[in-house]
Design a protein around this ligand. Structure first.
Ligand code: AHR
Length: 511
């Protein structure tokens, strides 16, 4: 049956019409922003099996591990070159008391994870375990501080514990096994303070932010980059109020935008979905562009010199929990649809890096749009993982503007999106990378990339595509969705031509 469906899909691809797309690449443009590596940030939360089982199994586990961290996941994360990792939440952060997670493991109290399935956690993964993980991965830590149920003193002492060279907190840290302070750059002052993080108004939060931020000090040469809680989706009033009241005291302002297929918050299954659900998901995800533009316009009004960064510290798909799993653990599978969502978002993010400086997809292992899924000792890399891996060439590269003429797609929700997604960057070695996604399910696109002056002498590429849009990588089976070589691109003078198959993502390297 499955083979038959695959054949029908393949046939549809062959028979479907081919669209034409012309892309003009302005490779000679100067003064373009750098694409911060942090656009490729990740988010780890004490939620379901993200930390416990997904990353941390403890030293005594039968699952192969290095000092308690599972070795398969460690390796896969290292390969991804994660620039920044947010922790411990999410909603979890505003009920997390860091002191419970330091010191001898056997003395750590147990906590009820009230936000996520009331699961009992033993606090065996705490500050040391997180910051050591970041060091192993070569990743910048992003600590999300407890403002909702914590105190100013608790957050101030946490910063001191992590980063001070001397004093009581530094002595306690040394007693707990770590003499040298860690470097901690990013500090989130509350998460969703309008909801699970304290149910505050923007006006009230702006004052609370200033109080918490004031006492979160810089010790020695550690310089904190303080991120205030920002809006959800199109809550522009929140952005306005926080910028107006506290804009001079922030380094960053966050934003959350999740992709659900239905505009009425109808999530639907992660794997069993129709083409209608697919297009609704994609038009919803493309809606982030308008949201970013509008928040940036407000920030520009209050901060014309762009000193405050916009930080999209939660984004990604949010579907129904997989059947048979704890409703509170938000575990979902990840298909070729998620790969399309990831590529479209990353291409959009690149455009806004004059103001948008970090994005953190939710969550890195075993939760929403994860990179990695585990099942006991088994692990799979998701389609989203392969997109992040293929796109990592854009980290720290310079943005190259493009213009493009493509038709638009309207989904049954009434929302529209461009039928072709593209972005280009130039790395330090002067190599151009072009990432493209073809959202059509039923037609390939003939693409012409026309450069201003460049006459490329070589082009190579990689592609992610799948036997069906619902395909996913399952435990114990050969991966259905992964990267393969793409050999279709041809150079001709100052152009490159190629055919982008339906529902595929490609990155080209152009020299
Ligand atoms: O990612 C799951 C939850 O979504 C986060 O904990 C919270 O910040 C958001 O509402």
């Amino acid at each position: 049956m499955k083979r038959a469906l695959t054949l029908i899909f393949a046939l549809a691809l062959t028979l479907g019409a081919t669209a034409q797309v012309k892309v003009k690449v302005y490779e000679t443009a100067t003064d373009q922003p750098r694409i911060p590596a942090e656009i490729y940030g990740q988010f780890s939360e004490h939620l379901g099996r993200c930390i416990y089982e997904g990353i941390w199994v403890g030293k005594d586990s039968n699952i192969p591990n290095k000092d308690g961290y599972r070795t398969d996941v460690l390796k896969a994360l290292k390969d991804l070159k994660i620039p920044v990792l947010r922790w411990p939440g999410g909603c979890f952060a505003d009920e997390y008391h860091w002191m419970d997670g330091v010191g001898p493991q056997e003395n750590r109290p147990k906590l009820v994870n009230n936000n996520w399935g009331s699961t009992i956690e033993d606090n065996s993964f705490g500050t040391h375990e997180f910051l050591n993980l970041c060091e192993m991965l070569g990743t910048e830590p992003y600590i999300s501080g407890n403002v909702g149920s914590g105190t100013v003193e608790e957050l101030a002492k946490w910063v001191e514990y992590m980063t001070a060279e001397e004093g009581t907190m530094a002595e306690l840290r040394a007693k707990n096994g770590r003499k040298e302070p860690w470097k901690v750059k990013y500090l989130g002052v509350g998460n969703e303070s309008w909801g699970c993080g304290g149910d505050m108004t923007a006006d009230y939060y702006a004052d609370v932010y200033k109080r918490y931020a004031l006492y979160a000090r810089n010790y020695a040469d550690n310089k904190l980059f303080k991120i205030a809680c920002g809006a959800s989706e199109d809550d522009y009033e929140w952005t306005k109020t926080v910028m107006k009241k506290a804009g001079g005291r922030l380094n960053g302002l966050s934003l959350h935008y999740y992709t659900v297929p239905g505009w009425n918050c109808d999530k639907g299954s992660a794997t069993e979905f129709t083409s209608e659900d697919y297009y609704n998901t994609l038009t919803r995800t493309a809606g982030v562009e308008e949201i970013l533009k509008n928040h940036i316009a407000i920030m520009d009004a209050y901060d014309p010199d762009r000193k405050v960064a916009l930080i999209l510290d939660e984004w990604g798909t949010w579907f129904e929990v997989e059947p048979g799993f704890n409703e509170g653990h938000l575990y979902q599978q990840n298909t070729m649809r998620d790969a399309m969502v990831a590529a479209i978002n990353l291409n959009i993010f690149h455009k806004f890096t004059g103001r948008l400086k970090m994005c953190n997809i939710a969550q890195v292992v075993n939760v929403l749009q994860s990179m990695i899924l585990t099942d006991g000792p088994r692990m799979v890399l998701t389609p989203t993982y392969y997109v992040f891996k293929m796109f990592k060439v854009h980290q720290n590269a310079t943005y190259v503007p493009v213009s493009c003429r493509a038709a638009s797609i309207t989904s049954t929700s009434g929302a529209t999106m461009e039928s072709f997604s593209v972005s280009v960057s130039r790395d330090k070695k002067d190599v151009l990378h072009v990432s493209m996604a073809n959202p059509y399910l039923d037609r390939a696109q003939k693409v012409e990339l026309k450069f201003e002056e460049l006459k490329p002498h070589s082009v190579s590429g990689e592609i992610i595509q799948a036997p069906s849009i619902n395909a996913y990588n399952d435990f114990g089976k050969e991966a259905q969705v992964k990267t393969a070589a793409f050999r279709d691109a041809k150079v001709s003078g100052t152009s490159i031509t190629l055919t982008l198959p339906a529902a595929s993502v490609v990155t080209l390297e152009v020299k």
